[in-house]
Every structure is written in structure tokens, then in C-alpha cells.
Design a protein around this ligand. Structure first.
Ligand code: BT5
Length: 320
């Protein structure tokens, strides 16, 4: 798209000015047409300085997770080769599902500034305040069995925790099976959904919701955001790009059979292991000591009677 090409041309110049003449030669359009593009970019929230002698200069980009911004110098092999970015949709998982059914390939991403029907597990809701969080879904087509789907949630949560640690410098921990926590507050939830048959996976949708610059008042009890915990706003675009790079890295490690390494890293960032916990699942609840997460992503709990129980999904409460 011409708009994207012009924006990328600016970015390749860094802070420098680009003359109207150079732009019109580069893209084969008139200087009036260039001016119209600049007006359009400004309407989209780009700040563009103009000088009669020097030309135009890109001062800053809008805080929007668009394809052109995310793809700029994005160094990934699988994740984000295709990016569908929306201002407002029902749920990124639902749209990713539709796109995958119509044949879209692995690594395609769906992002939204706002979700009207953001979903959690078991019919629960995911609040998605506008332009403050990261709400994304990625289509994956791994060669796994349906019962192995927890692995996708497992490495996705590891990716989120590692990205927060690296980019924001906060001690994020993973609360099995699908939450990332900072200071005991939920900043991220993951919803992994599968399309397939009893013994075959067609595709998996990994949906990730992260509260980035969200104010606490807009979040439920017990939740927080990176900005609230850090005490300052976070660069949403930079953070998301780093998340995509890590997702690419860990997904490739997973495909290469390096589950042992992934699990070790996961365990080192677990908020649950070695704690006394209560798990609710399938209308029952058990109390015990969390001793391990196995290669299928199941939590292994030692019950008070000494027996061990493997749980594949549930809601954990920490006990003293
Ligand atoms: C989750 O479910 O935590 C999975 C959330 C996945 C959201 C992403 S956003 C992109 C993609 N598209 C979607 O439609 N979904 C995915 P669960 O473990 O069931 O937790 C849900 C519970 O978390 C809710 O019942 C609330 O208590 C709480 N919650 C809702 N919104 C929240 C938020 N923004 N931050 C923290 N907690 C929230």
C-alpha cells in the first residue's frame, strides 16, 4: 500500500527531513498528492513537521497497534507475517478463528484497539479498555494432539512474563494455567482455543490480553496494568513488537522439540509451584501442594493424603 511505503520511507530517514520533491520522485506522484498523503497521516494521528525549504519530517507516530507500525523492522520468521489490525471488533479470537477457517496460514495475527466481547475462559468476560491494552490472537498450526493444547498456553504465558521483565523491568510471574501476575495482581490472561477433531488439530488460536496503560479504575478487582505497577506509561508499540519476537522465538523452540528448556524457564517464573493451593475444576475443588508442571502443561498437586493428582486446567487460589 502506498501509504505504508511512504511512512516506511520516512522511518528509514530517522529524524531527518525528506523534501517534497524527493518524495514525489520516489513514489511517482505529484507534490499535491504528497501533501494530501501528509494530511491523511495527520488525521490518523501522525505528527509531521513541514518546512517550506526542507520538506517533511516524521515527528511521532500514533499510539495505535497498526500493521504498518508493528511490521516495521519486525524480525520474526513465523509470527506476524500477516497482520490484521482493527479499531474495534467483537473478539480477536473470534475473528482469528474465522480467518483460520478460511485458510489463513500459521503466524497470522489479529489485533484490536477495543473488543466489544472480549472473552475469558468458561464464558467469562475480558475487559478491553480502548487503546490501552494489547488484545491479540495468533493462528498456529502445530502438529500436536488436542490433549497437548495446554503447552501453547504454557509457552505463551512464559513469553508474556519474559517480555514484561525485559521491556518493563517488572517481576512478572506466571499463575498456572493462563495468567501473568505482577505483585499478585493479574495483568494478563490467555485464552487458547482449538479447532480439530478427537485426534487431530486443525489450528489453535492463542489469544493474549495484556493491560498495558490501563487505569486500575477500568479493571476488575484484583487486576492491574504494567503502567500502574511501573508508575509510568509504557510504549505499547515497542512492547508489542518485543512480544511478537519472543513469541516467534519460543514457538520455534517448541517446534524444534525444546520443551525441556521451555519448561525449566517456565518453572523458574511460576507463582504457583511449591505453594499450597486450592484448584477449582469441573465443579470440584482440591487442596494440596503444587509440586510440578509436567511436559503436557499439567499441574501436579500433592494432596494431603500423599497422593498426587494431575490437573490440566482450572482456577487456582493460593493458600498460606
Ligand atoms: C482469561 O480468562 O484470563 C483469558 C483472557 C484472554 C483475553 C484475550 S484478549 C485477546 C483475545 N480475544 C479474546 O476475546 N480473548 C483473548 P479467565 O482465566 O477465565 O479470566 C477471566 C477473568 O479475569 C474475568 O472473570 C475477570 O475476573 C478477570 N478479568 C476480566 N478482564 C480483565 C482484565 N482486563 N484484566 C485482568 N483481569 C480481567
Amino acid at each position: 500500500m502506498l501509504d505504508d511505503k511512504i511512512l516506511n520511507f520516512f522511518k528509514s530517514r530517522g529524524d531527518g527531513y525528506v523534501s517534497g520533491e524527493e518524495l514525489s520522485e520516489e513514489f511517482g506522484i505529484s507534490r499535491t498528492a504528497i501533501w494530501k498523503h501528509m494530511e491523511k497521516f495527520r488525521d490518523q494521528g501522525y505528527e509531521i513537521a513541514a518546512s517550506p525549504h526542507l520538506g517533511y519530517r516524521l515527528v511521532c507516530v500514533p499510539d495505535r497497534l497498526t500493521e504498518v507500525e508493528l511490521k516495521w523492522q519486525l524480525n520474526t520468521d513465523i509470527i506476524g507475517k500477516k497482520i490484521y489490525s482493527y479499531n474495534e471488533i467483537s473478539s480477536t479470537n473470534d475473528i482469528a478463528h474465522k480467518i483460520a477457517v478460511s485458510g489463513e496460514g500459521e503466524g497470522a495475527l489479529v489485533l484490536a484497539e477495543y473488543q466489544t466481547e472480549g472473552r475469558g475462559r468458561l464464558g467469562r468476560k475480558w475487559l478491553s479498555p480502548r487503546s490501552k491494552g494489547v488484545y491479540l490472537s495468533v493462528i498456529l498450526r502445530p502438529n500436536i494432539l488436542p490433549r497437548e493444547i495446554s503447552i501453547i498456553t504454557l509457552f505463551s504465558s512464559l513469553v508474556v512474563a519474559k517480555t514484561i521483565r525485559k521491556e518493563v523491568g517488572l517481576s512478572a510471574l506466571i499463575k498456572w494455567p493462563n495468567d501473568v501476575m505482577i505483585n499478585n495482581k493479574k495483568v494478563c490472561g490467555i485464552l487458547t482455543e482449538l479447532n480439530g477433531e478427537a485426534d487431530r488439530v486443525n489450528f489453535v488460536i492463542a489469544g493474549i490480553g495484556i493491560n498495558v496503560n490501563t487505569k486500575k479504575e477500568l479493571l476488575p478487582e484484583g487486576a492491574s496494568s504494567l503502567c500502574e505497577e511501573k508508575g509510568k506509561d509504557i510504549d505499547r508499540i515497542g512492547f508489542t513488537k518485543s512480544l511478537l519476537v519472543n513469541l516467534d522465538k519460543y514457538y520455534k523452540a517448541f517446534l524444534a522439540g525444546e520443551m525441556g528448556l521451555i519448561l525449566n524457564e517456565y518453572k523458574s517464573l511460576s507463582a504457583v509451584l511449591d505453594r499450597n493451593i486450592k484448584i477449582n475444576y469441573h465443579n470440584r475443588s482440591i487442596v494440596g501442594h503444587a509440586v510440578d508442571v509436567d511436559k503436557d502443561g499439567a499441574l501436579v498437586v500433592r494432596l494431603d493424603n500423599g497422593f498426587h493428582e494431575r490437573v490440566l486446567a482450572g482456577d487456582v487460589t493460593m493458600l498460606r
